[in-house]
Ligand binder design. Structure first.
Ligand code: GCU
Length: 652
């Protein structure tokens, strides 16, 4: 079943190879809660994988935890010889080394020397979970956190959740929605939150809270929440102290302010920096941090939403306190199936920036479509901002290697929920897994991560591993083809963000209509973001803008992000825009059928329940792809007035 995620420590076929190492564990470390976890995980893991349960020895175990102060805080090094040594400078490093060793055995790899150090300091999940137990943009059931049962009843599932995170290096979690209820600042809720922090701590995970900027008014009964008001500042200082009294290693606050109706400092004529710095001051004595989100845009039907976060934040570069990090979504609009990287990466050299991905599949197919996010994550991480010349990738901006950022972070909006298999679509577990692995080391390839995940979760059969990995690897491109080909974006159903709604042309918020984004007219399709249009391209370094300036040279995958292209214009593919549009959508449709066939070939090779569940979801995806096909072609045809032509292959 899917509950055990990638941590199925069933006996491997080559168990005999590893059994000699599974005899005993010794440790040079003091027995901290994290070290106890590490030992427990290693003991249980080895017992399952090899059939041999290791005993604890004072020294000379067949596996040894060795102190090596030369290693960085969470880094580890595995040295394979007659014994296995896991070296680290801290208990955390040992914990991560243990999970790495188990990962090697689970994949039946030869035990070889291996060292690793995380590329960013905070590898964080953002839960968008509400007080009432619902999850904003969650597609796997209800929230894992049972607020009404807490603090008295502690669901053992919290521990299972923590160990899954620890196994992939996730060390920070914000537990509540960024559209935050001020209730989380009340003693009643802090007592509940404290229990979660206590469960997470032995797994090396720090807890954070999303805060409502108007809390001083809503909970503290003050007249204002103005960040420069002395009473407001005093309120946050006292509240912060109260939190740290309960949770001594509390991570800090995550803030969505002046965005989509959430309160913020701009209501009082203050800037984002004024707001962030006020909270940072309260956090500072406790080494807490403030994560301030840059996801802001205001209703401006004539403007371009693409530019708004940049316009608000770029002028603030260098004005944030030292313990503030600004969290920027991967793209400038909103977690689309394919977006160019956010222009703020590369534009705020004096401010630490966190990269926010969305693991949950809001615009990428809910839990009925397979969409392997690793491909999208890597595309963004590998994008070159040219901040300090060629090679200044987004990855380097966020891991601090371009400057000397004290705080570095990668965040992912979680896709977990109360569904038995955690993520709804079983293949979406791979997205949680990939996020953790890439946050730890963004140089890993999507193929490697897919291969690891499949071996740990689905099968060891060589051919089946290849088939399942290929399904993941192809899935993103397929989804883009039938939903948002050629750089089309934000054409999903407006309220729930599911399914096609390109025909939304009128709304109270004109900048939320689909036509605001796709700009279809009798001439053509796409958003002109050159100087002749919104000029959003000018926000990028000239070397970046260059690649997208000329429609004839723009990668077709980004074409409609930046250009309004005539229906009959010839593209580099040799087809006209309209024909290419039809062709891609139809190809996507065919590819979904191929994914179904590929999955069908895994019958008997993977757990029957998992097989049946994914099979059902792929059938739903196939049905949805037809809906997208019909919606897009029939709607856009009202503008192109051209016959539908598929090129080859044709829809059957
Ligand atoms: C998206 C999403 C919202 C969410 C917002 C955010 O717009 O639809 O539900 O609150 O992103 O990231 O803050």
């Amino acid at each position: 079943d899917g509950y055990r995620l990638w941590l199925k420590f069933d006996k491997v076929a080559s168990a005999a190879r590893y059994a000699p190492y599974a005899k005993s564990i010794s440790s040079e470390f003091a027995s901290t809660p994290i070290l106890v976890t590490a030992k427990k995980e290693l003991t249980n893991g080895l017992k399952g994988l090899t059939g041999v349960a290791p005993v604890s020895l004072a020294k000379n175990g067949s596996i040894q935890f060795v102190k090596d102060p030369s290693l960085k805080e969470e880094a580890f090094s595995i040295v394979a010889g007659p014994q296995i040594q896991i070296k680290a400078s801290s208990d955390r490093g040992i914990l991560y080394g243990v999970f790495e060793l188990l990962r090697m055995i689970q994949q039946e790899k030869p035990l070889a020397n291996f060292s690793s150090s995380p590329k960013v300091k905070f590898r964080m999940l953002n839960h968008w979970d509400n007080v009432m137990g619902t999850i904003e943009r969650g597609y796997a059931g209800q929230s894992l956190w049972k607020w009404y049962e807490l603090p008295e009843t502690v669901d053992p599932r919290y521990t299972d959740y923590a160990r899954a995170n620890a196994s992939i290096g996730i060390n920070a979690v914000s537990v509540n929605n960024v559209n935050a209820s001020a209730r989380f600042m009340t003693p009643e809720y802090l007592a509940k939150v404290k229990v979660l922090a206590d469960v997470f701590r032995p797994y090396g995970i720090k807890l954070f809270l999303s805060v409502n900027f108007a809390s001083p008014k809503l909970v503290g009964k003050l007249k204002t929440s103005d960040p420069l008001d002395p009473q407001v500042r005093a309120w946050w200082t006292a509240k912060t102290k109260e939190i740290y009294a309960q949770i001594p290693d509390f991570g800090g606050f995550l803030v969505k302010a002046n965005s989509e109706g959430e309160p913020g400092p701009q209501e009082f004529g203050r800037t984002h920096a004024d707001g962030a710095n006020m909270l940072a001051e309260a956090m500072q004595p406790f080494n807490g941090i403030v994560i301030w989100r840059a996801f802001v845009y205001a209703p401006n039907p004539k403007g371009d939403r693409f530019k708004e976060a940049y316009n608000d934040f770029k002028p603030l570069d260098g004005t944030f306190a030292k313990n503030v990090i600004v969290q920027v979504k991967n793209g400038p609009i909103d977690f689309q199936p394919r977006e160019p990287f956010h222009p703020l990466f590369g534009a705020m050299p004096k401010t630490p920036l966190a990269l926010e991905f969305q693991i949950t599949q809001e615009y990428t197919g809910f839990s009925t479509n397979v969409f392997y996010q690793s491909i999208l994550f890597k595309e963004c991480l590998d994008s070159d901002t040219y901040q300090n010349g060629k090679g200044s990738t987004v990855a380097k901006v966020i891991d601090g290697s371009l400057g000397n950022d004290q705080i570095t972070m990668m965040a992912g909006v979680a896709n977990t929920g109360s569904d038995r298999n955690w993520t709804g679509h079983l293949l979406s577990q791979a997205n949680w897994y990939a996020f953790g692995r890439l946050a730890w080391d963004h140089t890993l390839s999507s193929e490697k991560i897919a291969d690891e995940w499949v071996k740990q979760t689905l099968t060891h059969d060589e051919k089946a591993v290849k088939t399942a990995s290929d399904i993941l690897m192809k899935s993103r491109d397929t989804y883009v083809k039938f939903t948002t080909p050629l750089g089309l974006h934000h054409v999903m159903g407006q309220s729930i963000h599911w399914g096609p709604e390109p025909w939304l042309e009128r709304s109270q918020r004109p900048d939320w209509t689909s036509i605001y984004y796709h700009r279809a007219d009798s001439v053509g399709l796409g958003f002109d973001r050159k100087a002749s249009g919104s000029n959003a391209l000018s926000l990028y370094h000239p070397a970046v803008a260059q690649q997208w300036l000329d429609p004839a040279k723009t990668d077709l995958n980004y074409l409609l992000w930046f250009h309004h292209v005539g229906w009959k214009e010839k593209l580099t593919s040799g087809r006209t825009l309209w024909d290419e549009f039809c062709y891609r959508i139809n190809t996507g449709l065919q590819e979904v059928k191929d994914l179904q066939k590929d999955w069908d070939s895994l019958q008997g090779k993977v757990d029957p329940e998992i097989f049946a569940d994914v099979r059902g979801r792929l059938a739903a995806q196939q049905r949805e792809s037809v809906l997208w096909h019909d919606a897009h072609l029939l709607y856009f045809q009202t503008y192109s007035k051209l016959p539908i032509s598929y090129g080859t292959p044709t829809r059957t």
